[in-house]
Design a binder for this molecule. Structure first.
Ligand code: DGT
Ligand code: CA
Ligand code: CA
Length: 623
């Protein structure tokens, strides 16, 4: 076993509470397997989210919501489709629409954007709002919109529930399903009704949790604006968002300021904020327009570290911290660490941990797993960082369901400092994504080789995302896979199959001499869909035996492997690759979430194969 942060597998006594099926995003409107939304604009630093300018994906989300709400109102399908197309175009465009608007550029040059849509984009960018969307939100109760969160339920079904049955909340929908009223509807059946009953509680419980991407975007935007104030000396994100959990229940922000009122006014007036829920002398709670709530706490400088430590949590981590203080005859709270009346630490987190005789512990590890024993032994891992990543080995182009060409993807990767990428379009089974058969694939690989010749300073691999079919055979024959530089094997279909068959499929792939890696191994969608029923121990053991790597799919809707299983893979010495699964040049932006997941797993640079130089990495290609 390698030295490092071993995290116990799920189900062990110290593992956290159930984590797979209990969340969803507040913004569940743009959910789609093959059209991931992206965050941040190309050219900006990956970690940088600005409050100053609207991002393309935010503008795109407005049109996505418009399309959903109009469809619920049974509006003209052409209009609905136009908004949906606009949403996709905008979200997958590298060039910033906000910048174009500011510079008076011609928006109608983009496919699917006419004069009318261009005007609406201008409105969104300049006012941060959309008049018609605001009206629709008045007309359609939020409970109706939340029905979209139920897996398998889209705007068309919601329209029927709302318009035909007059259902306005998840509770009413559940009652109607229990009474058999849904199965009686035209175009519905017992199966649909049962599916809704099976999933509705998850959707209801999940109501408030948002993805780490949405959480970071909002929280970081607020922090950035607070830091602009002269009176604010320090400000930062705390809570689960700082710990980089997959989802966040609410957002926590801390600031130090000579003028708490100014900081709270700044938040109250922030463009992301809907309303102030509570305001005291040092604490304010607001609801954002997205529905998620945020706590702002303004603390004195001498308490900043203690408050950061306290409000970063987790609660479980803090229980141990408090006990430790007690054992040392100290008292710790959000104001500082005290011996009797005397404050002995609190200005910085480092000080707080130091007086507790501990090194500073990275927030991603603060879940009361093994961080305290590692810290005591001086064995805290040096966690992998975004800047360590040198390659991206899972992405799509226009050959299947991506929005950019091979050359565009390669150039964008190079511009971000990557040294090698693998183009991994879909195999033929994924017909909805225009998957490639052997013949098309060979032509596609020829094009990749041409790009490889053409572009200097980055290696471009001929790859494939090859489906592992329901009958446990590969979607492409061995002689084709053999020609690939890089084969990502994945489960897309039949995720509900019994464990035995799922394992048969995975083992087929792992034993295939041409398969390099299992991509998004479980197939779960965070808060939306549970993954396949996998015997993780068996799969990882086989992967270790056969020299197959494991992916952390960096998309914030996947984050698959999760932290626990990535840690288990590390312990078996399995190289882990953090890949973006980019479907456009903006798709690379999600890399940061994958790195965060790896950090939560306790992975170091050495554990992540795509931190290697190309010369080192290529040696891993021969199994
Ligand atoms: P979330 O919002 O559900 O995603 O998770 P957190 O961890 O952000 O939890 P939240 O917002 O309730 O509280 C933020 C941090 O504040 C939490 O991680 C630890 C600290 N905290 C909050 N309430 C308590 C408490 O009752 N006891 C202790 N020890 N710490 C607390
Ligand atoms: Ca929180
Ligand atoms: Ca909170």
């Amino acid at each position: 076993m390698k030295n490092g942060c071993h995290i116990p597998p799920q189900g062990s006594p110290t593992a956290p509470a159930p984590r797979a099926a209990d969340y969803s995003f507040s913004n569940g409107l743009l959910e789609s397997l093959h059209a991931p939304a992206t965050h941040g604009s190309a050219g900006s630093h990956w970690e940088h989210f600005s409050a100053k300018q609207m991002k393309n994906d935010q503008i795109g989300a407005v049109f996505g919501q418009l399309a959903d709400l109009l469809e619920i109102q049974e509006a003209n399908p052409f209009r609905v489709r136009a908004y949906r197309n606009a949403s996709r175009t905008i979200s997958s465009t590298a060039e910033s629409f906000a910048t174009l608007v500011a510079e008076g550029g011609d928006l109608t040059a983009f496919k699917g954007i006419g004069k009318d849509l261009a005007k609406q984009i201008e409105q969104i960018v300049t006012t941060g709002d959309h008049e018609q969307l605001a009206e629709l939100k008045e007309e359609i109760p939020p409970g109706v919109v939340s029905m979209l969160r139920i897996p398998g339920v889209g705007p068309k079904k919601v329209a029927t529930f709302f318009n035909t049955l007059g259902l306005t909340t998840l509770d009413e929908l559940k009652a109607a399903a229990e009474a058999g009223e849904l199965a009686a509807l035209k175009g519905f059946g017992k199966k649909t009704e049962q599916g809704i009953l099976d999933n509705i509680d998850q959707a209801a419980a999940a109501a408030e949790r948002i993805s780490i991407a949405d959480a970071r975007q909002a929280a970081e935007a607020v922090v950035e604006d607070l830091l602009q104030l002269d009176s604010v000396t320090q400000a930062a994100v705390a809570g689960s968002c700082r710990r980089r959990r997959e989802t966040c229940g609410d957002l926590d922000v801390l600031a130090t300021s000579s003028d708490a009122d100014a900081a709270m006014d700044c938040l109250a007036q922030h463009s992301l904020v809907q309303e102030v829920l509570q305001r005291g002398s040092t604490k304010q709670r607001v609801r954002l327009k997205s529905g998620v709530e945020m706590d702002l706490r303004v603390v004195p400088d001498e308490s900043y570290g203690a408050a950061m430590q306290y409000f970063t949590g987790s609660k479980e981590h803090n229980v141990v911290v408090r006990q430790r203080a007690k054992d040392l005859g100290l008292k710790v709270n959000e104001y500082g660490v005290f011996r009797g009346e005397e404050q002995i630490a609190g200005a910085t987190e480092e000080d707080v941990y130091e007086v507790l005789e501990l090194p500073w512990i990275p927030p991603e590890l603060r879940e009361n797993r093994l961080e305290f024993s590692l810290a005591e032994a001086g064995d805290l891992p040096a966690l992998v960082e975004l800047k360590d990543i040198k390659g991206d080995l899972h992405m799509h182009t226009t050959a299947s369901d991506g929005a950019a060409t091979i050359l565009e993807m390669a150039e964008a990767a190079k511009a971000r400092g990557l040294k090698y990428i693998a183009i991994t379009d879909h195999s033929k089974r994924v017909s909805m994504a225009n998957g490639l058969d052997a013949e098309r694939l060979r032509v596609h690989w020829e094009e990749i080789r041409e790009v490889r010749e053409q572009i200097k300073g980055i290696e471009v691999l001929c790859g494939i995302e090859c489906d592992i079919l329901e009958d446990a055979t590969m979607d492409l024959p061995d002689d084709v896979l053999e020609e690939a530089d890089w084969v990502v094997a994945v489960l897309h279909y039949g995720l509900q199959q019994p464990r035995e068959q799922i394992m048969k499929r995975l083992l087929t792939a792992i034993k295939n001499p041409h398969v390099n890696i299992i991509g998004h191994p479980t197939g779960r969608m965070v808060g939306k869909r549970e993954g396949a029923d996998i015997d993780m121990t068996e799969m990882l053991k086989a992967a270790a035996d056969y020299g197959v790597m494991m992916e952390i799919n960096a998309h914030y809707k996947r984050l698959d492997l999760d932290d626990i299983h990535a840690a288990a893979a590390k312990d078996l010495g399995i190289p882990i690759v953090i890949s973006t699964d980019a479907h456009s040049v903006n798709g690379y932006d999600v890399l940061t979430y994958g790195v965060d997941q790896a950090r939560r797993a306790g992975l170091t640079k050495a554990d992540v194969a795509n931190t290697k130089t190309w010369a080192q990495f290529r040696k891993l290609l021969n199994k």
